[in-house]
Ligand binder design. Structure first.
Ligand code: BGC
Length: 757
């Protein structure tokens, strides 16, 4: 049960949510878990397939447009629909909403990477059939979405027809009432070519404005005698197989998706080429390869707990979808909803660096690197954006984007979140600390750190001996445009000091590269000196009376939000109150200062961290799903074990149980990463520092044991927590020193280190 998600019966009210839960993706291509045969006419569905980063540009319409507001934004597009497979038994169309369902089972196999439905159905005229649908989006051939259907007639049927459709007339989903979902520009893709060539069914579509092409090249097959007809329509192709109902047979549909960005101008030819490459592979072969890929992934990423199957299932579900969501090429990153839905329009946020990439960093560093290189690839846009925003130098990364330009039209909770630049810098630094990769520092990290450090000098200023940053927004989106947001200042400090450090590392290790870089970005030694001065003088707000870090200069002077009056339980405050109302009160959407205390715990003493946690906990709604995991981690640190566990539980099944009521729009990817963080940084107390890694494990009392692996500097370390002991095993790589509960320990290959609690 813990390796799969199962439905044993059909629940009509759950279908939209299931479309997200059962979605399949590989970081490039994603397909929602729609039924091949569709629902009944009146039922809502978000039928969708997406290619990561495949988008169109749309104009942003403002009532009042001011200087440097972004003019266009990007939007991931729902692409050509190849999911449809209809079935007729002697003319009666198969539907789960007519006739009778004699048995039903739907599974998502997270160890093997495919989805299936097994249905015993009786038609209104009494014909019975058992259908076994399986589908996968291949991790090995990233362009491939395959469907396999086994049809077993149970009662006599004369004629069975299979109708396979590929439809290019598709639109995006819009919801005008929810700010987290697009409200406009539903149709941005038109069919530019549709034809049949040899036995390929070909559809090509082009975006309205950016003129990108996407192609879907489809082949189908039935493993029995049949008669066949195919039709090319205006925006679709249709194939009809007619088979006698005497015996079982299988229908297979292979869809290859290609796009201009990855495959150049000849998307159709490339699609056909890929088809030819996989021509000899049966569906079983594809499944086998998929399983092998996942076995490798799970070897490093799996977390095993003993004591709660539902939570175990939730953990695996989250880690599975995280892998499915992560872009694995230089064009893409991790959309906030992965490739499971259209919420947040396929955009990438700070979610990647702070919530998701740490998982890959510690389990699959190659993937972490590739995600960071995407950021490096948009550095020029970030430089450009800094200029637009009136800064003479530096790089301001977009709050939300696909191709690199700012897509946020609501600047108080968008562009004003300057912290994203420091978050990205933080991600680069973490990568360097975990891998020790000096080449990476030279080629990419130094430049990103230098340009982001420059931004802080531009945006901040010295006042009475302290460096201050005014008019920015921190992570908490219920408090916008403030002076000296603690989180932003602390992250900027880290950014500045590390930029200075990286400069000196480079000076020592590769002065030639340093010269080349400083010349290319016109960096002076005086600027580097300023980074240090500003970093050291950074003002971090502290309230003398409460003895906590103030979220910003004015936060603690505001009135406290009246939670009783605000009718808890009726959905996020952001959909019920004007932003200004929220900004006027002490109320937080998500962890802000508490998050800074996690990421940069060396800044404050434990008692300040504790008092701050106690204070902010009371006024945090967790309306953002990015919040629970951070509260869990910090509760673990503070020894609030029960709370740590309760917050963790909120993360583990947030989508599976649809606790935020919007899983239909896609999965909450950052929260999914947060589950891993809450376990590894929370319960196991992992910290990454220049001196190495440290752990301070504490097993939740609800569990008998917990096991996970960490990739660190070319090693793989297996950690097992039990009630009375912790065991470290070095399963790959050479001797490694770690710190366990403040004491240095050496790990040796093939030798378990057992430490009693
Ligand atoms: C959160 C942001 C987050 C975004 C995308 C918002 O609700 O407040 O912090 O980046 O969702 O996940």
């Amino acid at each position: 049960m813990t390796w799969k998600i199962t439905n044993q019966s059909l629940d009509n009210h759950q279908l939209l949510v299931d479309e997200s839960l059962f979605s399949l993706a590989n970081g490039y291509l994603g397909v929602r878990g729609n039924f091949e045969e569709g629902y009944s006419d009146k039922m809502a569905s978000i039928r969708g397939a997406y290619i990561n980063a495949f988008h169109d540009e749309t104009e942003i319409t403002y009532g009042e447009k001011l200087h440097a507001f972004p003019e266009t934004q990007q939007k991931i597009l729902n692409i050509i629909d190849s999911q449809t497979v209809l079935l007729y038994l002697d003319g009666e169309r198969f539907s789960l909403f007519s006739g009778e369902i004699l048995s039903y089972e739907r599974n998502l196999h997270m160890d093997k990477g495919y989805g299936e439905r097994i249905i015993h159905w009786k038609s209104p005229n009494g014909k019975e059939v058992v259908l076994h649908f399986r589908r996968l989006v291949s991790f090995v051939t990233k362009e491939l979405f395959a469907i396999d259907l086994e049809v077993k007639p149970v009662t006599p049927v004369e004629k069975i027809e299979i109708v396979s459709i590929v439809e290019g007339d598709v639109s995006n989903f819009v919801d005008k009432s929810d700010p987290r979902v697009a409200s406009d520009h539903a149709k941005r893709l038109f069919v530019s070519e549709v034809y049949e060539h040899e036995h390929y069914h070909i559809l090509k579509a082009t975006t309205y404005s950016s003129k990108f092409d996407v192609a879907c090249v489809t082949t189908t097959n039935v493993d029995q005698n049949y008669s066949y007809k195919s039709t090319v329509k205006k925006t679709s192709t249709e194939e009809v197989y007619e088979v006698s109902g005497d015996s079982s047979f299988r229908f297979t549909k292979l869809n290859i998706y290609t796009d201009t960005m990855r495959h150049g101008d000849n998307v159709v030819e490339q699609g056909i080429k890929i088809h030819k490459e996989i021509k000899k592979e049966t569906f079983e072969d594809l499944l086998k390869k998929q399983e092998n890929y996942l076995t490798d992934y799970w070897k490093k990423a799996d977390i095993v707990i003993d004591g709660d199957n539902k939570i175990q299932q939730g953990i695996r579900f989250n880690l599975f979808h995280l892998l499915q969501a992560a872009g694995k090429d230089e064009f893409s990153n991790i959309p906030a909803k992965g490739l499971s839905g259209e919420g947040y329009e396929g955009h990438y946020f700070w979610d990647t660096e702070i919530y998701m990439n740490p998982v890959f960093l510690m389990t699959n560093p190659e993937l972490a690197r590739s995600l960071l290189l995407y950021r490096y690839s948009i550095l020029d846009y970030a430089r450009q954006r800094a200029k637009e925003m009136g800064h003479a130098k530096g790089a301001l990364f977009p709050w939300r984007t696909i191709s690199g330009t700012e897509c946020s039209a609501f600047f108080p909770a968008g562009t004003a979140q300057y912290h994203i630049s420091a978050d990205i810098a933080y991600g680069f630094i973490q990568y360097y600390l975990v891998t020790g990769d000096g080449e990476f520092l030279k080629q990419y990290m130094a430049e990103v750190l230098f340009e982001t450090a420059r931004l802080w000098i531009e945006v901040g200023h010295m006042y009475q001996g302290e460096f201050r940053i005014d008019n920015v927004t921190g992570p908490d989106e219920y408090t916008c445009i403030v002076n000296n947001n603690y989180y932003t200042n602390a992250m900027a400090k880290h950014n500045l000091l590390w930029a200075e450090k990286a400069y000196h590392i480079l000076k020592e290790t590769d002065p030639v590269r340093l010269t080349e870089l400083t010349e290319s970005i016109h960096l002076t030694a005086e600027e580097v000196r300023q980074w240090k001065v500003a970093g050291m003088a950074m003002y971090l707000p502290f309230d003398q009376e409460l003895r906590i870090n103030a979220q910003d200069d004015s936060f603690l002077r505001k009135a406290r939000w009246d939670f009783e009056k605000s009718d808890e339980g009726k959905g996020a405050l952001l959909v019920r109150y004007h932003p200004l109302t929220l900004y006027r009160y002490q109320v937080c959407k998500q962890a802000d200062t508490v998050l800074a205390h996690f990421l940069l715990e060396g800044e404050e003493d434990l008692e300040t961290i504790r008092r701050s946690y106690d204070y902010y906990e009371e006024i945090t709604t967790h309306d953002s799903s990015l919040s629970y995991c951070i509260f869990s981690i910090m509760a673990s640190k503070l020894g609030y074990s029960e709370k740590a566990y309760q917050y963790f539980i909120e993360t583990a099944r947030l989508d599976l149980d649809n606790t935020h009521s919007n899983t239909k729009d896609g999965l909450h990817m950052a929260n999914m990463g947060g589950t891993w963080l809450a376990i590894v940084f929370g319960f196991a107390g992992l910290r990454i520092a220049e001196e190495g890694i440290t752990l301070r494990p504490s097993l939740p009392k609800q569990w008998r044991s917990l096991q996970f692996s960490l990739s660190y500097r070319g090693r793989l370390v297996r950690v097992q927590l039990e009630k009375d002991q912790v065991t470290y095993s070095l399963t790959e790589g050479d001797i490694l020193s770690i710190t366990h509960c403040g004491e240095k320990q050496e790990l040796h290959p093939n030798q378990d280190l057992v430490i009693p609690n």
